[in-house]
Write a protein that binds this ligand. Sequence first.
Ligand SMILES: C=C(O[C@@H]1C=C(C(=O)O)C=C[C@H]1O)C(=O)O
Length: 409
Amino acid sequence: MSVALGETRPLPVRTTPVGDPGDLLAALPGIAPYAWIRNGEGLVGWGEAARAAVPPGPGRFAWAREWLAGVLGDAQVDDAVRHPGSGPVAFGSFTFDEDAHGSVLVVPRAVLVRRDGQAWLTTIGDAPLETSSPIGHPGRISYGDGSLTAPEWERVVARAARRIREGELEKVVLARDLVAVAEHPIDVRLLLARLARRYPECYTFSVAGMVGATPELLIRRTGQEIESLVLAGTTPRGSSQADDVARGAALLASAKDRHEHECAIASVRETLAPLCSSLTTPDEPELLTLPNVQHLASHVTGRLADGASVLDVVAAMHPTAAVGGTPTKTAIEVIRELEGMDRAGYAGPVGWIDAHGDGEWGIALRSGVVDGRRARLFAGCGIMGDSDPASELAEAQAKFRVMQYALEG
Ligand SMILES: C=C(O[C@@H]1C=C(C(=O)O)C=C[C@H]1O)C(=O)O
């Protein structure tokens, strides 16, 4: 289940300050990179000091917490930096569905970090680190439908909207998948470089084959302070500046999208409030404009009441109504019934945690599972009673463009 130096002897960990490392992604030597990058800052990792396949089930986050406490807590740490993200760090990706296999935590052997104007390198053990291999190009990419064709998915959206109108639930997020096959093996480092350049405002991530650039921050913990960026309500970008502005204004004024957004905010508020001594959610959403879509966005901040780690907060929050629905339990059942696919890590939590419980976790959107020459891409939309299947399909296509760009350039 887990291979860990830390289970046989404490991990010897050393963190030292380094000069400006330049482009962090350019430091990644090989084809199994770990990354969490936004606006040129963040963490990249390589090698494996410890790895856990997290067993599925309702206790998976508690299991992960215990495993981390064993591996990171017992490490022999020489940390000259003492900043969130220094010392030993684990990257993680959890499946959307708690009953699915595939959740993973990895403590890389080397982690290079730039945060708040400082940079440092953490290494584990004395064995030589991986040497650098040249970045490979995937060649031509061809696409096929995943579990449902576009017309089938539109029919599923119509069925979900009807069930919402009939009062079974208030909102459900439905996704579909596309299968991309490349001529040559897909080098994740190339995808990361393209994503980080095109979507600098998003969190470009890579954890054990789960790769993407998500705009949605589930939770950041820095000491007692927490932050979250809640997104729900979307329109594609316009064809001209005037069209773009008009679409943004229509999104802000849309009763359907405001309701969809309110569901997402309410679920975040309900799960965070019991953990916090203070919590601030804005009265009105603002617009977040990305190269492919515009979203309704709300920046939530708070202060934790006790010593909950970032992973404890992730456990309480997942799945938010931005990726599940309202009420959560019914929405999950409807997703399982209608989507007809395994979401894997898509729409699940992805991010990193340090030995003090600080860290950043996003919701793995605009993402795919990369394996050799194949990638399974995912995109979904919040469905409300008055959702129009053709518009939801267009929104999903716009969201697919992120990973299609990563693959094709
Ligand atoms: C489900 C996705 O995105 C989510 C759904 C949104 C919506 O329906 O408006 C907006 C942002 C995300 O919370 C996705 O990108 O696949």
